[in-house]
Design a protein around this ligand. Structure first.
Ligand SMILES: Cc1ncc(COP(=O)(O)O)c(C=O)c1O
Length: 371
């Protein structure tokens, strides 16, 4: 981790310190309130729970510290992505999405943007630069892309997108701000599902939009207030608590994933192994230059649907579950969710278990299916 990332991590649990009065609780109080005391002109104060909430403020403060940019919190990753789209797009705009990223983003464009006259095209993440960006209002990338783990050069894409007069949105869900900060590479907007590693305990959905452009933040905040796409205060409180340990969990998960990916390379049951941290991976050189860590997601293929199901279900230290980034190692056969992958394709999310124990369980399960 760079020195600046370390000092950012160190300051994170102390952000509220300077605002504490004598006798205040050090852990964040949870404010469950639809209404606030607001006699007369209450401009500048909390008035109504759809406009503001002190627990949102605290979690947004943490996220803003990590992104080095103002952040607006949302009730899920998709709510954050929707907010970015609805806040900046208008009828007649054309946008570009990854063909291999999270499928619901394409579904959003297809089912809800297209009928409003906002058209979209798709392009693979690994060749996102090819073809240029003329005619687009917005380009959206996810890097590493979920679930195939291809990556693209954010700085190069941002440069080309800006030359074409468009804006770049990066979905940073797979990396978190500890793994990669797309705004530093020139992106205009970051969207993320804090449902994943930032909360980390798989008990909440949450999301945020970050931008250093004040007009974009104002539009996204206005969208939240008017559409009512607001996070619950308790969810915000849980994410605040999760963020306090993100650095430790992310570090453990990425370190373990590096060990496990290396060992998976040699296993006879595995083909098509992808992990940006492996020297032979097509994403490796760019990942080294652009990312602080190589992440906690690994993908690979097993011979068939049955073998993949058997591998996941037999492993004692693995949850058969969609989503990723939780403290529990989990895995999913992604064809089940409609991704364009082989029937035996598995996305593995490495959790916080001690790595040698985890590897023994994974190896035993792989040996069982190839036995
Ligand atoms: C890359 C990516 N972006 C966005 C989302 C959406 O997040 P949420 O489920 O919190 O709406 C997901 C969910 O899996 C995801 O993987």
């Amino acid at each position: 981790m760079s020195e600046t990332a370390k000092s950012r991590a160190a300051a994170l649990p102390h952000l509220r310190r300077s605002g504490l009065a004598m006798g205040d609780s050090i852990p964040l109080p949870l404010t469950m309130a639809a209404i606030f005391h607001a006699p007369g002109d209450a401009t500048g104060f909390n008035q109504y729970g759809r406009f503001s909430n002190p627990t949102w403020d605290a979690v947004e403060h943490m996220l803003a510290h990590l992104e080095d940019a103002p952040c607006v919190a949302f009730p899920s990753g998709m709510a954050a992505i929707s907010a970015a789209f609805f806040a900046v797009l208008k009828t007649g705009d054309r946008i570009l999405l990854p063909s291999d990223g999270y499928h619901t983003t394409r579904a959003l464009a297809d089912r809800f943007l297209k009928p409003l006259g906002i058209t979209y095209d798709v392009r693979p993440t690994s060749t996102f630069l090819d073809g240029g960006f003329d005619g687009y209002r917005l380009a959206f990338v996810e890097t590493p892309a979920n679930p195939g783990l291809d990556i693209c050069d954010i700085a190069a894409v941002a440069d080309a997108v800006h030359k074409a007069g468009a804006i770049l949105v990066v979905d940073n869900t797979t990396m978190t701000p500890f793994g990669q900060r797309p705004l530093d590479h020139g992106a205009d907007i970051v969207v993320a599902a804090d449902t994943k590693a930032p909360n980390g305990h798989s008990d909440v959905l949450f999301g945020h939009v970050a931008s250093r452009n004040a007009d974009i933040i104002a539009a996204v905040t206005g969208w939240r207030e008017v559409s009512g796409s607001i996070p619950g205060p308790f969810e915000a409180w849980l994410v605040h608590r999760g963020l306090e340990t993100l650095d430790v969990r992310f570090d453990r998960m990425c370190s373990s994933a590096e060990v496990i990916a290396r060992r998976l390379q040699g296993h006879r049951a595995i083909s098509g192994l992808r992990y940006p941290g492996l020297e032979g991976d097509p994403s490796h050189n760019l990942a080294r230059a652009q990312m602080e860590r190589f992440g906690f997601l690994i993908s690979f293929e097993l011979a068939s649907e049955a073998k993949a199901e058997d591998f996941i279900n037999s492993c004692e230290l693995m949850q058969a579950a969609t989503s990723f980034g939780g403290v529990h190692t989990s895995a999913e056969r992604r064809l089940k969710r409609g991704d364009a992958v082989h029937a035996g394709f598995v996305r593995l999310s490495v959790g916080c278990e001690p790595v040698e124990e985890l590897w023994k369980a994974i190896e035993a399960s792989l040996d069982k299916i190839s036995g």
